[in-house]
Design a protein around this ligand. Structure first.
Ligand code: CA
Length: 463
């Protein structure tokens, strides 16, 4: 009797162990590839006739291309605060870019608020190996460090950008030394290649267990620096800044290709969800980017600031070469990863995003979002169906119908006064319920933001 009892218990324990091993083996890997300040128009699959990006295009061919893919801010730090938590960053006061502490603000709060939980924290808890390669930009103070925000491994820098060719042992800002917690970091060759090396290495080292890799490239963010060999490929482009930009994207594409190749070679393809976005639109005069056909640029809530190349590929789950047309947002990544890793998403997580998989497979045919809201320094915007309203302090609100007017050229607020009023009401009702920002940027940025709306932008692809 007693022996039988022990045998039964042992059998059940073994069964459980096998079951949890099987679950472990089927947990998907997540690879989040983020480009920095990339212009919408500047990839093969978004229509570039100047820049050849066969690897990023391959992701588009093998995955889902979300035509109306948004980020939650038009500059880097708040955009990252949004997608790393799955919550609109305005809801926890991370509205603004990290740009030095302002009078009356506590510099201890100059980073992703410690009240927030990152997707790395959540996946780590589920047994994932978590790695950040590259740019952080969610706080320089030690308490904001990525190793304290859910990442097991970090190779990179905590600031908003970096020199492509060098770092200095005592360097600050773009020359800060590369940090790494799993080895003595190698000397920088060309930083996009070095990040590619580290991503490949991370995947190989963790291929036996579920992993989350945040491949955080700084290309093609300034400083404008490319290798001689890559510049040679674009000598036909006369403008030096644009030529350098093209060369920087070429190198980004090569390294995205190395990540994709590694996932294929290691036979992880069927079980790995790969995401590609830019953290915000291209800043046209800073790096020579083009956001055509979208108006505006980085820093504006026009489409050129927030609508980005947005690809999701998962050979085992998502259709290849599908175009998805409803609006989606980078806030959807965290709930998507969480759902696919754990089979459920607790309401208490308060995600503003949704699990995109059933929408992208066609299982759910409804739009994933009823409306989307943005707030950044002096600007705010709301997307509701085909309509978008932008509110600025120095003019009447602007209303665009994005189906008729993809380039936001015809402000139809006056002609549609009832719609303008109701969207302004919805936007304002959301806005006044948000907390104060926990840090600000210098006041000059408010004037800078407004002036970006008065410029003319290139709305067609260059030859
Ligand atoms: Ca950026």
């Amino acid at each position: 009797m007693r022996i039988n009892f022990f045998l039964t218990i042992t059998f059940l324990l073994c069964l459980n162990a096998i079951k949890s091993l099987a679950q472990e083996a089927t947990k998907p890997n997540f690879v989040l590839i983020v480009a920095d300040d990339l212009g919408y128009a500047d990839l093969g699959f978004t229509g570039s006739r100047q820049i050849y990006t066969p690897n990023i295009d391959r992701l588009a061919k093998q995955g889902v291309n979300c035509l109306q893919g948004y980020v939650s801010s038009s500059v880097s730090s708040p955009s990252r605060a949004g997608f790393i938590t799955g919550k609109n960053q305005v809801s926890f006061g991370h509205d603004n870019n990290i740009g030095g502490s302002q009078l009356g603000f506590d510099p201890d709060f100059l980073g992703l608020p410690l009240t927030e939980v990152t997707i790395a924290d959540r996946l780590k808890e589920l047994g994932y190996a978590t790695g950040l390669i590259g740019k952080w930009h969610l706080g320089d103070e030690p308490h904001f460090h990525p190793l304290k925000r859910g990442f097991d491994e970090f190779w990179g820098y905590t600031g908003g950008g970096h020199d492509y060719f060098r770092d200095l042992p005592e360097g600050k800002g773009y020359l800060s030394p590369i940090e790494c917690n799993y080895k003595t970091p190698q000397a920088i060759t060309y930083i996009t290649d070095d990040k590619g090396d580290e991503c490949v290495d991370f995947i190989k080292r963790h291929k036996e267990n579920p992993f989350f890799l945040f491949a955080s490239f700084n290309a093609p963010h300034a400083p404008m620096q490319a290798t001689e060999a890559d510049l040679e490929l674009y000598t036909h482009i006369k403008d030096e800044k644009r030529r350098t930009y093209c060369a920087m994207i070429h190198r980004l594409d090569v390294n995205v290709g190395r990540i994709l190749d590694t996932i294929e070679k290691e036979d992880l393809d069927e079980n790995t969800l790969i995401v590609f976005i830019s953290d915000n639109g291209g800043p046209v005069s800073d790096n020579g980017s083009i956001n055509a056909p979208y108006n505006g640029q980085k820093g504006t809530l026009l489409e050129g600031g927030i609508r980005v190349p947005f690809l999701m590929k998962w050979s085992g789950r998502l259709p290849a070469g599908k175009i998805y047309s409803y609006p989606v947002i980078s806030l959807d990544f965290a709930p998507t990863f969480m759902y696919e890793a754990s089979g459920a998403v607790a309401n208490e997580y308060d995600f503003d995003g949704v699990n995109l998989i059933p929408y992208l497979t066609g299982e759910n045919i409804l739009p994933p979002h009823a409306s989307l809201n943005w707030r950044f320094t002096i600007s705010a915007a709301i997307r509701d169906g085909d309509w978008k309203l932008i509110r600025l302090p120095d003019r009447l609100p602007m209303l665009y119908n994005l189906v008729d007017d993809i380039s936001e050229q015809d402000d139809v607020a006056i002609e549609n006064m009832e719609r303008t009023k109701s969207m302004l009401k919805d936007l304002g009702s959301w806005d006044i319920r948000q907390p104060h920002p926990v840090f600000l940027e210098g006041p000059i940025w408010r004037a800078n933001q407004v002036s970006l709306y008065d410029r003319k932008y290139q709305l067609e692809q260059p030859q």
